[in-house]
Design a protein around this ligand. Structure first.
Ligand code: 9YT
Length: 132
């Protein structure tokens, strides 16, 4: 059994800071459960263009507000506390935060730890594992 807290994981090597967001990766590939689990903060006014070509992702909004645009058809969906979106088709999308948002994110296959978006807004399938 694995038991961790967000407070103890924040500000360790498991927290990745990037432009417009940070991600506390509470579960990673090295934890061996087949998915990774992150608490992601999207900063107010961030506009993130993403296209996870190698991963499926589920994102649940805990707090804050924004929107997600499906690049395939231009549809815009509001995001508010309680909203779940799932990128089940490797969907190209744009995420916008009108308020700072706290998101719970699950990736399959799991991330290794240090991934940040490449020029296409994707994560590589392989990456170095972080050392706790
Ligand atoms: C919501 C979202 O996709 N944000 C980008 C960061 C990503 N969730 C991550 O690495 O945790």
């Amino acid at each position: 059994m694995i038991v961790r807290t967000l407070q103890a994981t924040r500000d360790t090597k498991r927290q990745i800071n990037s432009k417009g967001w940070n991600s506390v990766r509470m579960l990673l590939a090295k934890d061996g459960v087949g998915f990774s689990f992150h608490i992601t903060t999207i900063y107010r006014d961030a506009e993130l263009h993403m296209h996870y070509q190698n991963h499926s992702e589920s994102v649940y909004c805990i707090s804050g507000r924004g929107s997600i645009t499906n690049q395939a058809n231009g549809e815009v969906h509001a995001i508010e506390p309680g909203t779940l979106y799932v990128l089940d088709q490797h969907d190209a999308h744009v995420l916008r935060a009108t308020e700072e948002m706290q998101m719970a994110c699950v990736f399959n296959p799991p991330l290794h730890g240090n991934e940040v978006h490449n020029a296409e807004g994707a994560y590589a399938l392989s990456a170095d594992a972080i050392e706790d």
